[in-house]
Ligand binder design. Structure first.
Ligand code: UD1
Length: 420
């Protein structure tokens, strides 16, 4: 197993190029199951989660190539509708094949994703929506069996809770359903918006894009002539590098970034005393002389993203005064707290709220990554800590950050990947 060794404290400088968004790419890969043509997708992030999902599509019968961040995909040869446990257990987002497979073939069998490190993360809202669209769902031997022999029917669906992959799954199902679907209380994340825009550009009648209510007229089972597209920049990777500038007191520039997807993150960095210059495709962070404390509440987009909570928690350990960080989306997303404490952070946890006493000196130690974003928070803290930090179990990082250590090294970090 690999681990990262980081020497701190460190200063960074220069420019980092942001990769395509993993969380946009995952649903967009499953979207290609609705196409009858071969298509090309550019700016594909080359991270483990993407390779896992491509393997799943390959198992279903799709043929693809991925080279230099360009994916060519042909799903016309797909002849299997079973997403088996071996792959789904390693990546919850595999559930994104449910809507497209059911809509195209009238049936599918998808392993239940089960729990994950950051909480229970059920898929009840995905399943309820498919039932409202006329599917019969049974759960047997750990698999969701979904059947709709006459195809899916458009429906009026009100999501009880805002769900990102749930919205994506139902939008894809509705695109091939018979008749009109009205989806209420949808996620408005940029990744969902891109999915809807590609469907619109491919000829699907879809309105309300970017709002919480989407109306979609389905094709009645006919597959789509899908346009080629480019994945949007990864706003969470970008936010993580902005935090890298802030935590090391460095000026760095992010290239190939969408600043309009980062407004909530930028606002919090500015409240902490940083300055951010923007151009159409770059963001430059100038650090604060002295970071100020902050109050963060994670919520759905456009509010502050839960995927940036761990990184800001690391930042708050260096800020003056007491910061409050409230996690409202996932019940168990504070596992990085005990690891940050190993570096010397002073953090109190009370249910969904972390209280961070700032200006505690951090010292290098051995720490363990617990989930994807928690891992990057540990790397950030390690760059500010005095001495050597070893971050273990970095397979979490590899799932979603493309070449994190290579990019940080180019910025001047002392970071190495070693074998246990
Ligand atoms: C997506 C992102 C993840 C991010 C999260 C929240 C991807 C691949 N992953 O995850 O990085 O942290 O959004 O922004 O895009 N819920 C239910 N029932 C359901 C579905 C969800 O109760 O059927 C709950 C969840 O437990 C959670 C909340 O709704 O409390 C939001 O989850 P959701 O938006 O679905 O997260 P994901 O799409 O899994």
């Amino acid at each position: 197993m690999d681990y990262l060794q980081i020497q701190g404290p460190t200063k960074l400088s220069g420019t980092v190029t942001i990769s395509g968004a993993k969380n946009a790419a995952l649903p967009l890969i499953t979207l290609t199951l609705l196409a009858h043509n071969k298509l090309t997708v550019s700016n594909m992030p080359e991270v483990v989660d993407i390779k896992t999902l491509l393997k799943l599509l390959g198992n279903l019968g799709a043929s693809y190539t991925l080279e230099d961040h360009i994916l060519t995909m042909d799903t016309s040869s797909v002849n299997d509708t079973m997403a088996n446990y071996d792959i789904v257990k390693t990546m919850r987002a595999s559930i994104l094949v449910l809507g497209p497979l059911l809509a195209r073939f009238g049936h599918c069998e998808v392993s239940l994703p089960g729990g994950c490190a950051i909480g229970q993360r059920p898929i009840d809202l995905h399943l309820k929506a498919m039932e409202q669209m006329g599917a019969t769902i049974t759960i047997h031997a750990g698999y969701v069996h979904a059947v709709a022999p006459e195809g899916l029917k458009g429906a009026h669906i009100i999501f009880d809770k805002i769900t990102v992959t749930g919205t994506a799954n139902v939008v894809m199902a509705a695109a091939l359903a018979h008749g009109k679907s009205v989806l209420v209380n949808c996620a408005k994340e940029p990744e969902v918006v891109q999915l809807c825009e590609i469907l619109r550009d491919s000829g699907i009648d879809i309105t309300g894009i970017g709002t919480s209510e989407l109306t979609i007229i389905g094709t009645g089972g006919k597959t789509i002539d899908m346009v080629d597209f480019e994945i949007i920049p990864d706003r969470i990777e970008a936010g993580t590098y902005l935090c890298a500038g802030a935590i090391t007191g460095s000026t760095i520039t992010l290239d190939k970034v969408r600043h309009d997807h980062l407004d909530a993150v930028t606002a919090k960095l500015e409240q902490m005393g940083c300055t951010i210059d923007i151009t159409e495709s770059t963001m430059t962070i100038h650090p604060s002389e002295k970071l100020k404390h902050v109050h963060i509440i994670t919520q759905e987009y456009p509010a502050f993203p839960t995927d940036m909570q761990a990184q800001f928690l690391a930042l708050a350990t260096l800020a003056s005064g007491t910061s409050i960080i409230e996690e409202r989306l996932f019940e168990n997303r504070f596992m990085h707290v005990s690891e940050l404490q190993r570096l010397g952070a002073d953090i109190m946890l009370n249910g969904h709220t972390a209280t961070v006493i700032g200006e505690t000196p951090l010292f290098g130690a051995d720490v363990m990554a617990t989930d994807l974003r928690a891992s990057s928070a540990l790397v950030l803290a390690a760059m500010a800590a005095e001495g050597t930090t070893n971050v273990h179990r970095i397979y979490h990082l590899d799932r979603g950050y493309e070449d994190l250590e290579g990019k940080l090294r180019l910025l001047g970090a002392k970071i190495e990947r070693l074998k246990e």
